[in-house]
Ligand binder design. Structure first.
Ligand code: THU
Length: 118
């Protein structure tokens, strides 16, 4: 979150993904002057995760400076679901730590999965 580039919304967000072998991939939101072209912290973290070799994600944490329990947007739920399981834990945080624990299945019930496309 400290590395967010959010000069337009002034809403810094941080995300972290942990894989089962203990690697942690972090991300922050990155905005651009053409607003829809910016992207979320979760998406940055997923880019680091893929470039770092991927693997099984076991935990995800999201933290926003100005909002307790900031939950991933719809687009990020779909992107996270691509690389997670329905039981993957998602920690919604506030500035004291984990405020609520949910699962990816809670976040994206009835989500579209691409199995049939493979
Ligand atoms: N944002 C995230 O990075 N993650 C979320 O879970 C929600 C929203 C960002 C996108 C944008 O840079 C700012 O927060 C305000 O929407």
């Amino acid at each position: 979150m400290a590395k967010a580039y959010a000069p337009y919304s002034k809403f810094p967000v941080g995300a972290a993904l942990r894989t089962e072998d203990g690697r942690v991939f972090t991300g922050a939101n990155i905005e651009v002057a053409s607003y829809p072209e910016g992207w979320c912290a979760e998406t940055t973290a997923l880019g680091h995760y893929i470039m770092g070799g991927g693997g099984k994600i076991v935990e995800i944490a999201v933290l926003a400076e100005r909002m307790a329990k900031c939950s991933p947007c719809g687009g990020c739920r779909q992107r996270l679901a691509e690389f997670c399981q329905p039981d993957t834990k998602l920690y919604l945080c506030d500035n004291t730590g984990v405020a609520e624990t949910v699962t990816m299945g809670d976040m994206l019930p009835y989500g579209f999965r691409g199995d049939i496309l493979k």
